[in-house]
Design a protein around this ligand. Structure first.
Ligand code: ADP
Ligand code: MG
Length: 699
């Protein structure tokens, strides 16, 4: 419990959660996993949704899918044994009747739901065999003294062992403290440009406990002034945080890369092609920034097939020639192996030792690889995230290259950034991505990065022609592939499953490979999936690249980066299950050579609205930038940045797409605060960016 003395002397950000009633060591540890260390953190742990239990709805007015509170009198209750033993309880309120259905219940519970008993129930309205029903509603017995809640019921992001009730009790206490104590208002009031918005304390109170009668949609869509107030503050805090990070990086020094240019020239001369104009331009941009003693942090953006790898090699050549080591990290084994092949082919003839580190190395191989890196014999280390495990130490790491960055979570990126860093020294970093990040988003979410764009494909590429075909015509698709193979073409057949399980995915691919082998007698069919050993995958990929295999059946392991220019046919099974960027990535495996390529999206009807628009967009355009913009609108910003799937959404209340209209105002406010109220900067960033990211952000 908080003593009154503490109340008057300590600010909420200095009160640990353990000072709240009901928070012992155990609960505190769980709260910490939610990022909640102080009372202020609890206040900024905002509801993700609400339920309206402030009013009782009439049964006669219910619609399917409503989440509502109703009151009813039980008319009959029976335990029935159809398919599953269940308790069915029928009730009515004079305007209509409804069934309550329970699959798990005790005898005592069954006995208590007798005819004539009055209940108040909350649940979603579903359709049952005999009209509307509620499955496992929350219910209480109604007495004359039962009163209704006067605020909407909030739901918070939670974790094992901390339930909603606990979180509500904690926020109740935190709000009570807020009322007594106030909170630092870090933005000026009234807000320049948005003077109708409430103060922070009022906005917080409102968001945690919106009064009865508030339109829930205005909260969910964040159009309510209280939401806007919080969103503005969060965006301002992030913008300032990123400006700070940028400044801090500038204070550090990087190894100065000053190559003679000889190795680079040898490398360029050995290529069977010359760089495109765009490749040459971004290579120059990279050369210029790693020549300076400021650590480079650059995003290299280029659509699938634009030729990012050779630019990475260009940068690597510069660093190696200046006596630095290079780390090249890819998100999957297959992709890392492909880089290994390319870099070995390019650099070993020039006397540059390439090392290999993946999670699947044998103990002794791993030890040797790590030793060679530590001694500096390995000049370019290629691998998966195994590259940045604790025990990997570089002799003199000067450049870190991360491929397909959207596959990595923010934390992994940060961990790698720390690798090779000392108190005043940070390696240069080049991050490659095929996910074109729309400009407004890049400026806000990646404000700490410089951006280079390869906006031109290598010469002679033809757009991939895309069609969608119903799954009932799978056999025809197989026949068409067989025919194309007879004409000498190579094809991919990608099997997708929503299940995360690699076992099930591998099984599905296996079955499909067997079926396709039967369908096309004279073709050679290969299979690749995540459960195979690295060298097995290697072998299959090499055979496909060599033309020994006509058809490669694969799971989505081949989604990113795989490069076999001769393959010109891509079949994506169950295409309706994949998101736009995944579809675009997969399709990007073809259309890399001179010949016309085709992509066939095999879909299972009925398609959802979004699935249908995704397929339509894929048929309309091959332009990764257009696709990313559309994707952004279909899915929201968190997904495009790849943060949602890793569970690290960058924002608590803001949504860059929805709130993009505020960004000008955000920039003004951020400048105003940095210039006129520098003492507020750390309060703002601590409040919104949190401890974990504060640590990472320190580099
Ligand atoms: P991504 O940007 O998707 O990583 P890659 O680096 O895998 O693309 O390159 C795709 C293909 O384009 C490769 O087969 C590569 O050899 C080829 N390529 C890259 N640059 C050029 C170029 N300047 N001229 C011709 N082909 C190129
Ligand atoms: Mg690539």
């Amino acid at each position: 419990m908080v003593s009154s003395e503490e109340l008057t002397t300590k600010a909420l950000e200095q009160l640990p959660v353990t000072r709240l009633k009901g928070v012992g060591e155990k609960v505190a540890a769980r709260l910490e996993s939610l990022g909640l260390l102080t009372v202020q953190d609890v206040l900024f742990h905002l509801p993700s949704r609400y339920q309206d239990r402030t009013q009782v709805r009439k049964i006669g007015s219910l619609c399917l899918g409503d989440e509502v509170l109703i009151e009813l009198t039980v008319d009959a209750a029976d335990v029935v044994f159809r398919r599953r033993r269940s308790l069915l309880c029928k009730g009515s309120d004079g305007t209509g009747s409804i069934t309550l259905r329970f699959f798990h219940f005790s005898q005592k519970q069954a006995d208590s739901l007798k005819r004539g008993v009055k209940l108040r129930c909350f649940a979603e309205v579903r359709r049952g065999p005999a009209g509307f029903e509620m499955v496992h509603p929350e219910y209480t017995f109604v007495s004359d003294s039962s009163s209704l809640s006067d605020a909407l019921t909030p739901f918070y992001r939670s974790t094992d062992g901390v339930n909603q009730l606990t979180l509500r009790k904690l926020t109740d206490q935190a709000l009570a403290l807020l009322a007594v104590h106030g909170i630092n208002e870090c933005l000026p009031h009234p807000l320049p440009g948005n003077d109708e918005l409430p103060k922070l304390s009022k906005a917080l109170q409102f968001i945690h406990r919106p009064p009865a009668g508030v339109d829930i949609d205005s909260l969910i869509e964040a159009s309510h002034p209280a939401c806007k107030r919080l969103i503005l503050e969060e965006l301002v805090a992030h913008r300032i945080g990123m400006q700070l990070q940028r400044l801090r990086r500038r204070e550090k020094r990087a190894p100065v890369v000053s190559p003679s240019g000889e190795l680079l020239q040898q490398f360029l001369d050995s290529l069977p092609y010359s760089l495109t104009g765009a490749q040459a331009r971004v290579s120059e941009e990279i050369r210029a920034s790693i020549k300076s003693s400021n650590p480079m942090l650059r995003l290299l953006q280029g659509d699938v097939g634009a030729g990012k790898t050779v630019v990475a090699a260009y940068a690597a050549a510069l660093a190696v020639e200046s006596g630095m080591q290079v780390a090249l990290m890819a998100p999957t084994e297959i992709l890392a192996e492909q880089h290994l092949l390319n870099f070995s082919e390019w650099f070993e003839p020039l006397g540059v030792r390439i090392g290999w580190l993946s999670g699947k190395l044998r103990q002794s191989q791993r030890r040797d690889a790590i030793e060679s890196i530590a001694l500096g014999n390995t000049r370019i280390a290629v691998g998966t995230h195994a590259l940045f495990q604790q025990d990997v130490e570089f002799h003199q790491l000067g450049l870190v290259i991360v491929d397909e960055q959207h596959r990595f979570g923010v934390h992994q990126r940060m961990a790698l950034r720390n690798k090779g860093a000392t108190d005043e020294f940070v390696p240069h970093q080049l991050i490659m991505t095929a996910t074109p990040i729309p400009r407004t988003l890049a400026m806000t979410a990646y404000a700490d990065l410089d951006v280079s764009v390869i906006d031109e494909l290598p010469p002679g590429r033809k757009p991939v022609v895309t069609v969608a075909i119903d799954a009932s015509r799978r056999q025809q698709v197989a026949d068409r592939i067989a025919e194309a193979i007879r004409e000498g073409r190579q094809a991919y057949w990608v099997c997708t499953l929503i299940e995360e399980s690699e076992v099930l995915q591998a099984q599905a691919a296996q079955d499909t490979a067997e079926w396709l082998t039967e369908c096309m007698q004279d073709a050679t069919v290969g299979l690749i999936h995540g459960r195979q050993k690295a060298d097995e995958k290697d072998k299959v990929m090499a055979q496909f690249k060599d033309g020994q295999l006509d058809l490669l059946v694969a799971t989505t392991v081949i989604e990113v980066g795989v490069d076999v220019p001769n393959a010109s046919l891509m079949v994506i099974d169950n295409a309706e299950r994949l998101g736009l960027s995944q579809l675009h990535q997969l399709r990007g495996r073809v259309g890399r050579g001179q010949q016309q390529s085709n992509c066939i999206l095999v879909c299972h009807a009925p398609l959802s609205e979004t699935a249908r628009s995704r397929i339509a967009i894929m048929r309309e355009t091959n332009d990764g930038f257009v696709i990313a913009e559309k994707d952004l609108h279909l899915r929201g910003a968190g997904d495009v940045l790849g943060t949602r799937q890793t569970g690290h959404t960058e924002f608590r209340v803001a949504d860059l797409v929805r709130d993009s209209y505020l960004l000008d105002n955000v920039a003004e406010l951020a400048n105003l605060i940095v210039a006129d109220h520098p003492q507020l900067v750390s309060q703002l960033t601590e409040r919104w960016i949190g401890r974990e990211r504060r640590e990472y952000g320190a580099v």
